[in-house]
Design a binder for this molecule. Structure first.
Ligand code: 9MR
Ligand code: ZN
Length: 557
């Protein structure tokens, strides 16, 4: 069943040729498990690797789904729990294969791959064949950057490339790093067991923390002596589709912003706490950087905004204010130190946040980061913490969780998404919604919320209107033609695994998406696996990191 919304002349790289869509990694035994179908049938069967039918059950009708425009039917296999590899068949059609088993058996590989993706995005160091295999490449972007508008050069080598482009942006990096650090804090056992085979030797240090350290070292290089933080380091315009080591244009260190400064403060304070017992020296360095950033913010209470200068087309990562960033910074400083002055500042900014749209308080992105501050306060442990206020914040998260769970119930595919949520990087929105659901489940103990969180992983990994797994290397029908410069330029057919595609975007913000996808296409189908469609099929560190956090929260036993 080809996607009839595409221009027929276009050869899409991945199109699931059937109408039975399952999570292509699979389902955890003992949990709710269903696939979505786009045609009616009385029964479906579950078929094992030998082609034997191991289970049969009736198909139910979920109804019309607004986001996909599909009349959806459900193949529910919740009652079947025998570990193995299966396909769902009905009326001569078949789903992709998937697994049923323990959390680590089903999701261990994709979680590892999604974390290893950060290693493949490392800048400055070169990727060694021993760890990167066929994706190895020499060091890139290892020259000093010119402070924009001056003739001073600074060493800001390191960090992860942001995305399909080679820019390195502080607010994006801080958000991605925070997602990974919270994955470790909230799910230490899962993250400790997620081994990515990366170069550093630091005995006892889990790989996730070794990977985050690579970014944190770079983030601290982006800080000026007075504590302020440069917004980004990039070339003036995006490189063509070449390998990173061939991108030799001048690197510019663009002006400081209070958003970058507050985000750096927050993520360094968070990290200082996380690394305290594992590497106290590194923890002290992080704390000192956070304190320097914080005092710059205190001395500069007004928002110092960043806008791209004329002629620069790399990511802007602009925003509309820094209150949420200051809120996050104060919360993490309080969580780290327990000092009342940070508590006072946190409560001041929480008051200011209440004047802004409520979603900012739970947002976990780069544009809005209030959710990180909210988590920092909720999980802080100090005697004079205002427990009543912490409970209010938990309620704000679980209130949103229940609102999202209602959406999940209404969507045949189980996505906690409205039509308006399918914008650039909708898979990040999907992951954030899943994270809110998982956190709500842990705050309330309500199983309905936990199930709704699980559904978001299933949507990401193939149970969606196109039957595509949005993570490279995961499943038979997964994205493989990403907007990712090295993936295109490396001459390797196979795509780097573990990369999360941006996903469907009804706004079609690039010329090729507009050419290929017909007007009126339902939001969940506004996607094509084509590297030229940068508003659909790019990758970024904060989409990958959100997916890691969601999967860590949902795949535990
Ligand atoms: O992820 C960003 C998305 O939310 C914005 O709509 C889009 C346009 O401003 O920019 C995205 O971020 C890109 C960044 O600017 C540069 N690196 C690649 C990012 C992903 O497309
Ligand atoms: Zn680089």
């Amino acid at each position: 069943m080809a996607n009839t919304y595409f221009d027929g002349a276009h050869d899409t790289h991945v199109t699931a040729p059937f109408g039975i869509f399952a999570d292509q990694a699979g389902y955890i035994a003992g949990r709710r498990k269903f696939a979505a179908m786009t045609f009616p049938a009385e029964h479906f069967s579950l078929v094992n690797r030998n082609g034997d039918i191991v289970y049969e059950h009736e198909v139910t009708h979920a109804g019309m789904d607004e986001c996909s425009g599909d009349d959806v039917y459900i193949a529910d296999l919740t009652a079947f729990d025998i570990p193995g590899t299966y396909r769902i068949c009905a009326k001569g059609q078949s789903s992709a294969t998937f697994h049923i088993g323990s959390g680590s058996a089903v999701y261990g590989k994709v979680l590892r791959d999604m974390l290893k993706a950060f290693y493949y995005l490392r800048c400055g160091c070169g990727l060694d064949e021993r760890y990167a295999g066929k994706f190895a490449h020499p060091p890139c972007h290892d020259r000093d950057a010119l402070i924009f508008g001056t003739d001073t050069r600074v060493d800001v080598c390191g960090g992860w490339h942001d995305a399909g482009d080679y820019g390195r942006y502080v607010t994006a990096g801080a958000s991605a790093c925070a997602q990974l650090l919270y994955a470790y804090r909230l799910c230490p056992h899962i993250m400790e067991n997620t081994e990515t085979d990366i170069p550093e030797s630091a005995p006892g240090m889990p790989d996730v923390l070794r990977e985050c350290r690579f970014e944190l070292e770079w983030l601290m290089k982006m800080q000026r002596a007075d504590g302020a933080v440069y917004h980004k380091v990039t070339t003036m315009i995006h490189a063509p589709f070449i390998m990173p080591e061939d991108d030799k244009d001048e690197l510019y260190l663009f002006p400081i912003s209070t958003s970058a400064t507050a985000d750096l403060c927050a993520v360094c304070a968070l990290a200082a706490g996380v690394y305290a017992d594992l590497d106290s020296q590194f923890s002290q360095t992080l704390k000192a950087a956070a304190e320097r950033a914080y005092s710059f913010l205190e001395d500069h209470p007004g928002w110092i905004e960043f806008r791209n200068p004329d002629g620069c087309n790399t990511g802007e990562y602009g925003d509309s204010g820094d209150i949420d960033k200051r809120y996050w910074a104060a919360a993490e400083m309080y969580a780290l130190t327990g000092e009342m002055r940070y508590h006072t500042a946190f409560r001041h900014y929480s008051g200011e946040l209440e004047k802004l749209p409520s979603f900012i308080r739970t947002a976990l992105g780069y544009w809005a980061v209030g959710g990180f501050g909210t988590l920092a306060y909720i999980f802080s442990e100090h005697p004079d913490k205002d427990e009543k206020y912490a409970q209010e914040l938990k309620n704000a998260i679980s209130g949103e969780g229940y609102w999202l769970a209602d959406k999940v119930d209404k969507c045949g595919y189980g996505a906690a998404m409205d039509t308006a949520d399918y914008f650039w990087g909708s898979n990040m929105k999907l992951a954030h919604n899943g994270i809110i659901l998982a956190l709500s489940a842990s705050f309330t103990g309500d199983k309905r919320l936990k199930r709704a969180a699980d559904e978001q992983i299933h949507v990401l990994l193939g149970r969606n209107a196109l039957g595509i797994s949005y993570v490279t290397g995961c499943g038979e029908y997964c994205c493989c033609d990403l907007h990712l410069r090295p993936a295109f330029a490396d001459g390797v057919d196979e795509c780097i695994p573990g990369m999360v595609s941006g996903g469907p975007n009804r706004e079609l913000n690039d010329w090729k998406a507009r050419r290929i996808i017909k007007p009126g296409t339902p939001p969940m189908k506004c996607f094509v696996d084509d590297h030229e469609c940068f508003s659909l099929n790019e990758v970024t560190i904060y989409w990958n990191a959100a997916a890691v956090l969601l999967l860590a929260l949902t795949c535990g036993e």
